[in-house]
Design a protein around this ligand. Structure first.
Ligand SMILES: [Zn+2]
Ligand SMILES: [Zn+2]
Length: 138
């Protein structure tokens, strides 16, 4: 289960929805189970990497979910599917993302604590959460 957060720019009215959490298709499971499925949920590069990892080791576990990231430079928010591969308790792979504007590595952000971000349309620091239209999904 996850949350949808709607951000709205007070300056230009631009709205965007961000997802965080685990959804119906994106959840934790043994890596082998995921690879047996016909649907590819992730970027093909991620998928190929997962395939390779599973060849190296048998009992890996895959955790995936939506996370909200922020560019530390531009302060623009992005939601991405984070993929983490575990070898028992040890984390052996984690996806990382870059900002499509400045190529800086995105940082995970705590959307509950984040008050304002930059609007991706007008770049004013007026992009904020709209509490009236939060949604739950599963
Ligand atoms: Zn704006
Ligand atoms: Zn950036």
């Amino acid at each position: 289960m996850g949350h949808s957060y709607v951000y709205r720019c007070e300056h230009c009215g631009y709205e965007e929805q961000f997802n965080q959490g685990h959804g119906f298709l994106v959840h934790s499971q043994p890596l082998k189970e995921y690879l047996k499925q016909r649907t590819k949920l992730f970027h093909y590069k991620t998928h190929n990497l997962l395939k390779q990892l599973s060849k190296q080791k048998n009992d890996l576990f895959l955790k995936a979910g939506f996370q909200v990231y922020i560019c530390p430079k531009c302060k623009i928010l992005k939601d991405k599917t984070e993929v983490v591969v575990f070898d028992h308790e040890k984390e052996i792979h984690k996806t990382s993302f870059r900002c499509n504007l400045c190529r800086t590595r995105l940082k995970l952000t705590n959307i509950h604590r984040l008050k304002k971000a930059k609007c991706p349309k007008c770049f004013k620091n007026k992009f904020q959460i709209n509490h009236t239209i939060q949604q739950l999904w599963d």
